[in-house]
Design a protein around this ligand. Structure first.
Ligand code: GLA
Length: 389
């Protein structure tokens, strides 16, 4: 009986408590993920060419350092010992060598798998293999796991993610754990001690306002983030899904607006385009360091919707370090309108601030004067307010 009690004391903490590496995501992770553009059409060459293109375009140096291989990298079956394997045709050099390559180029290595029996695309999932898979990933030099939620049967989400989180922690290799549970069981309420970020919705689609069976345009995703800001902070971020910037379904202004608002809500900035073939306009969005700095501000506060929008006129704000604020005026309507702002009506404006337009890259005045501007449909004006001492 005594021995049984001792065993319980030893085993219980492992089952109940979640272990996670601290300090891996003080600001929202940034990088690139293969899914939005390439789905299952991925291989070693694509990953290497992407890494090269991210260096050449300045994306790596602007902070996009995780390269994440999404669904479809696995062989259809595990090996005879039950180990997960990469598809030898797509990744002939193996994952360890690819991880080494990425590390040498100054990137971190991310990979996707799933808490269910199979991934969404039908490749082997992690259920029941969590500890051995975590050891395999650690041996390949993986730095980031996106863990999906297809084919989970009756499994409990929190339990499943806790098990995988503990398995990753047990390897001793610091690995960012990205919970891709689509917001189904409100991971923002239980994910904080388990992972570093959690998806809050189903998939993003390559459009402004379309709605597909399992995916939706960024405008709808943004709307569903209202109220989630209080759950986010350093090492525990809401993830409204990867970026569609640079993909064909968004105009350049829509892509700029998408990027601006993802920065306001402190979203992970995971590019999802073909970075080997992007226009200068798209590259300029990804590499605007002043806009990225809004997302990556060390205060680590997610921004929020400031007003009850009327006629598609939305104001989103984010508190920044050193008393600064980011303010994003968003025209969520199909008509352009004139914007008039009396800064003294905005409660967070206390005293005078210098106003810098982050897309025009210039100071445009101060909050002592009313602001007026034209705002075309689906577009934003993104400003940084800095207190005048
Ligand atoms: C789910 C995820 C996507 C992507 C696919 C891959 O739909 O939400 O981000 O990883 O699976 O199959």
């Amino acid at each position: 009986m005594k021995r049984f009690a001792l065993l319980l004391i030893l085993v219980l903490p492992v089952c109940i408590f979640a272990e996670k590496f601290k300090g891996l995501a003080p600001t929202p992770p940034m990088g690139w993920n293969s899914w939005n553009t390439f789905t299952l059409k991925i291989d070693e060459n694509l990953i290497k060419e992407t890494a090269e293109a991210m260096i050449k375009s300045g994306m790596r140096d602007a902070g996009y350092n995780y390269i994440v291989i999404d669904d479809g990298w696995e062989a259809m079956e595990r090996d005879a010992q039950g180990n997960i394997m990469a598809d030898p045709n797509k990744f002939p050099g193996g994952m360890k060598a690819l991880g080494d390559y990425l590390h040498e180029k100054g990137f971190k290595f991310g990979i996707h798998n799933c808490g269910g029996t199979k991934t969404c695309a039908g490749f082997p999932g992690g259920r029941g293999h969590e500890f051995e898979d975590a050891r395999t990933y650690a041996s390949w030099g993986v730095d980031y796991i996106k863990y999906d939620w297809c084919n989970h049967g009756t499994a409990n989400a929190e339990e499943t993610y806790r098990t995988m989180g503990n398995a990753l922690y047990a390897t001793g290799r610091p690995i960012v754990f990205s919970l891709c549970e689509w917001g189904t069981t409100k991971p923002w309420e239980w994910g904080r001690d388990i992972g570093h970020l959690w998806r809050t919705t189903g998939d993003i689609a390559d459009c402004y306002d379309c709605q597909e069976a399992y995916a939706m345009g960024w405008k709808f995703i943004l709307a569903s983030q209202v109220g989630l800001e209080r759950y986010a902070g350093p090492d525990h971020w809401n993830d409204p899904d990867m970026l569609e910037v640079g993909n064909k379904g968004l105009s350049l202004p829509e892509a700029r607006a998408h990027f601006s608002l993802w920065c306001i809500i402190a979203a992970p900035l995971m590019a999802g385009n073909d970075v080997r073939n992007m226009t200068d306009g798209v590259r300029d969005i990804f590499t605007n360091r002043e806009v990225i700095a809004i997302d990556q501000d060390p205060l680590g506060k997610q921004g929020y919707q400031y007003n009850m929008p009327i006629g598609g006129k939305e104001i989103w704000v984010k508190e920044l370090s050193n008393g600064c604020w980011a303010v994003c005026f968003f025209n969520n309507s199909d008509e352009s309108f004139k914007l008039r702002i009396n800064w003294s009506h905005l409660s967070f404006v206390k005293g005078s601030y210098e106003i810098r337009d982050l897309w025009q890259k210039k100071v445009i005045g101060s909050t002592d004067k009313n602001f007026a501007g034209k705002l075309p449909a689906h577009n934003v004006i993104l400003l940084k307010l800095t207190p005048i001492k």
